[in-house]
Write a protein that binds this ligand. Structure first.
Ligand code: NAG
Ligand code: NAG
Ligand code: NAG
Ligand code: NAG
Length: 175
């Protein structure tokens, strides 16, 4: 089957949601949605970004809480009492020349091959403004050895990858 990488913008999303960076909350969680993945939060494990089903997360697994500033996403532990070294970390995705498809967090300067600025919201959905002005949403989830835990990847083609959109909307919110 042809693997369609184009991200289809949800029609009318801006009617009720936030749009183009306006009205984005001061800090927020992001939830991953895709086939079989119903709003899993982004978590931090040793600098790598994963999405995990709530029931599979340990109490100490740091859930990422983001702030958007100058189109850069800065992340902290959602539980401020238990940061586990996860403090003011910059969220990045691999650029085209990167060998690993995994998204991650870094303290200080992101790797030269990574992309960490250009984030914006279309409605509730996180997108990256690309070099030619296009808006990309190229997230996918790759299963790990652990049930319900997926690595958060960017621009990856694989038979097992599940295409994702990352949204501000929590799974418990009424639609
Ligand atoms: C949860 O804890 C178990 C046992 O310590 C560990 O094997 C597992 O990787 C942890 N899972 C997460 C998502 O942190
Ligand atoms: C983040 O923390 C807030 C309380 O500070 C809580 O309401 C929310 O559910 C947490 N988010 C996640 C994804 O665990
Ligand atoms: C983290 O960022 C906040 C907000 O910019 C700042 O007040 C705080 O000092 C920073 N903490 C560290 C350890 O850099
Ligand atoms: C995605 O990957 C393709 C093929 O490797 C590459 O040509 C393209 O520039 C990448 N796009 C982004 C946004 O990284």
């Amino acid at each position: 089957m042809y693997h369609l990488k184009l991200f289809v913008l949800p029609l009318g999303a801006s009617l009720f949601g936030f749009s183009s960076g306006a009205n984005v909350p001061d800090s927020f969680n992001l939830y991953a949605y895709g086939e079989g993945i119903g709003g899993y939060p982004i978590v931090y494990l040793n600098g790598i970004a994963y999405v995990g089903q709530q029931s599979q997360l340990n109490a100490s697994t740091p859930v990422a809480r983001f702030t958007l500033s100058s189109n850069t996403l800065v992340a902290n532990s959602n539980n401020t009492a238990d940061t586990d070294g996860f403090l003011n970390a910059t969220f990045f995705v691999p650029g085209p020349d990167n060998s690993s498809p995994q998204a991650g967090f870094v303290n200080g300067t992101p790797p030269a091959t990574a992309v960490s600025t250009g984030w914006t919201f279309y409605g509730q959905t996180l997108l990256l403004v690309g070099s030619s002005g296009q808006w990309d949403g190229l997230f996918s989830a790759e299963p790990t050895e652990q049930d319900g835990i997926f690595s958060l990847n960017w621009n990856q083609t694989s038979d097992t990858a599940v295409q994702l959109s990352l949204r501000l909307t929590s799974p418990s919110s009424t639609v």
